[in-house]
Design a binder for this molecule. Structure first.
Ligand code: AMP
Length: 289
């Protein structure tokens, strides 16, 4: 595995891999790697010949500077995990390599009005700007993103279509701990009590799934049941619980087409997100948690 800090060196190495006839796969991350990130690498190993991972904690997407300052880091461990998973090129730019007097931003309207977009001003502009830059630097054939960040997935798919990036976007399932907690670098911040309480996220999604499977379609009834589940462990720290259409992420009163149930809840100072994708095939539905 090559470790590279300079954009010019990424271009050389990716260019050489492409000249050899290789398809290029790309997974952008902010590091402090876990099994969720590594599952994305495995998806690319099956489909491409040369896998690039970036690790860059992108200040532009943090609306809360405390969150940025305390974002967990362990670059030594990340390098070992990335190499073991089969990453060919690890791109570790510093801030000045990515942003020297950057005056350009990328935004995707409408899709960012709801969910995290409504609660984290500027967040998605930061995400789409850095992902555009990384796409132009790496120029992959395929890039993979996790369902865990479902609004990011919707926005990036729209951005790639609107801005004509010749890149195939794959979506990877949410990797969870054995007890159902979605893996996240931020889980490190949880006390053992908070971590235990955070299991309510997954429980509330399963409760919603059960209601859907028994025929409930009213969004507000499902949201109420989920609120009840969450409020049994935490008081008033719910950022949102929303039912939206997929992939355009508009609020829906009734669930009768492809949708997402998404939630963001604080446990102590740590904000966690989770979601369930609901896919309809004819009259039957499939809930992907
Ligand atoms: P991050 O480092 O949090 O920016 O995440 C980098 C990529 O990993 C994004 O595409 C995330 O959606 C994805 N990811 C994060 N957590 C998980 C998870 N538990 N399962 C699958 N993918 C994940």
């Amino acid at each position: 595995m090559e470790r590279v800090k300079e954009i010019s060196r990424v271009r050389e190495l990716v260019g050489a891999a492409r000249e050899d006839g290789g398809r290029i796969g790309f997974v952008p991350t902010m590091g402090y790697l876990h099994e969720g990130h590594l599952s994305l690498v495995r998806i690319l190993k099956e489909r491409t010949d040369f896998v690039v991972m970036s690790i860059f904690v992108n200040k532009l997407q943090f609306n809360d500077l405390n969150d940025f300052d305390s974002y967990p880091k362990d670059i030594q461990r990340d390098m070992e995990l990335a190499e073991k998973a089969g990453v060919d090129l690890l791109f570790l730019p510093d801030d000045s390599e990515m942003y020297s007097n950057n005056l350009t931003v990328v935004d995707v309207h409408e899709i960012t009005e709801n969910l995290c977009g409504a609660h984290r001003p500027g967040h998605f502009q930061g995400v789409f700007t850095v992902v555009s830059k990384l796409f132009n630097i790496v120029q992959p054939d395929v890039a993979v993103f996790g369902q865990k960040d479902i609004q990011q997935v919707s926005g990036i798919k729209k951005m790639v279509t609107d801005l004509n990036f010749p890149i195939e976007i794959k979506v990877a399932p949410i990797v969870r701990e054995k007890d159902g907690l979605a893996m996240s670098s931020r889980n490190k911040h949880l006390s053992s009590e908070e971590r235990n309480n955070a299991l309510a996220l997954n429980r509330s999604l399963h409760r919603a799934k059960k209601m859907l499977m028994s025929g409930e379609r009213d969004s507000s009834i499902i949201i109420e049941a989920m609120k009840e589940e969450i409020s049994s462990v935490t008081h008033g720290d719910m950022d949102y619980i929303s039912v939206v259409s997929f992939p355009d992420l508009k609020d829906v009163d009734r669930i009768d087409g492809d949708s997402v149930i998404a939630l963001a809840v604080y446990f102590g100072d740590t904000r966690l997100i989770d979601n369930m994708l609901i896919e309809f095939t004819g009259d039957s539905l499939n809930c992907i948690i």
